[in-house]
Ligand binder design. Structure first.
Ligand code: 9D3
Length: 258
């Protein structure tokens, strides 16, 4: 689907025991602007509000024993049903994802897939995770943000949503800056400078002051290529370089050998 072909705005419902954490998205920066501009809606539902006992219990001990607790199934089921109600859609019409260390690892391609959805339910786990039967019944996909242990699914959900929101048409003031982003072109970013021209003896590279836009573009591309080669060679291996890119990289290698 092209950007212009997006027929419906993205509607997101997050299921979390800590809904206030999502104010990091709704109150600040590009994500908050995207929401107030109506590019997406973000609604949070707390499974705790679907408990019936005095202590509003959302966790319980694991069958089989061992340390840690597991999120109870019924409050989660009720929360997802409330999410579908909020989205005014059936289970089949919504895409339900569970943030989980066992999930597929998020990357640019994955973000591109997720942003095509129009109704997204994002489940955040706490404790050791959720009852497996809940996953079997409701979850379409499990997503991780990388191989390190966090305390729950909220930060991963926010990472995923922030990456996704940046790719919604109109989310960035200058649509080009999304395409120029690191990774979008498969390359790391070039260095950036702002005023003053000199600070404590460090000068801005002369080419950036030249006003020669062709040379500036070539310098930036060359910097991106060299940095990618030095810091993330596996990214470069995955690319088919253009003739210009090949030439810029070779020119750099030639000049640094002398
Ligand atoms: C240390 C506890 N672990 C083994 C006994 C399992 C475990 C359970 C729950 C590890 C982490 C979590 C909480 N993490 C997430 O919910 C999570 C996550 C993450 O920790 N890292 C990367 N991506 C994600 S997505 C959700």
């Amino acid at each position: 689907m092209t950007d212009l072909a997006r027929s419906q705005r993205l509607e997101v419902v997050v299921v979390s025991l800590f809904p206030e954490m999502f104010e990091a998205l709704s109150a600040w920066g590009i994500s908050s602007r995207a929401i107030s501009d109506g590019l997406l809606s973000l609604h949070c539902i707390n499974p705790r509000s679907f408990t019936e006992d005095k202590h509003q219990t959302v966790d319980d001990r694991p069958y089989g024993g061992g340390p840690g607790m597991v999120m109870k199934t019924l409050p989660l089921i009720k929360a997802v049903e409330a999410a579908l109600e909020h989205l005014q859609c059936s289970r089949e019409q919504a895409h339900v994802v569970y943030m989980s260390p066992q999930g597929r690892q998020l990357d640019t391609a994955a973000v591109g897939e997720l942003k095509l959805r129009t109704k997204l339910v994002v489940i955040c786990g706490r404790y050791e995770g959720v009852d497996e039967r809940f996953i079997e019944r409701y979850v379409d996909e499990e997503w991780s943000i990388g191989d390190y242990v966090l305390s729950g699914g909220e930060l991963p959900a926010m990472v995923m949503l922030d990456a996704l929101i940046r790719k919604l048409p109109g989310a960035l003031g200058d649509q080009q800056s999304a395409e120029q982003d690191s990774f979008e072109a498969g390359l790391l970013d070039c260095p950036h400078y702002t005023r003053p021209e000199e600070i404590l003896g460090q000068r801005v590279p002369e080419v950036l002051l030249s006003g020669d836009h062709k040379r500036i573009r070539q310098w930036r591309l060359q910097q991106s290529l060299v940095r990618t080669m030095q810091r993330r060679p596996e990214l470069l291996d995955a690319l088919q370089l253009s003739a210009e890119q090949e030439a810029l990289l070779e020119a750099w290698k030639r000049n640094t050998k002398i």
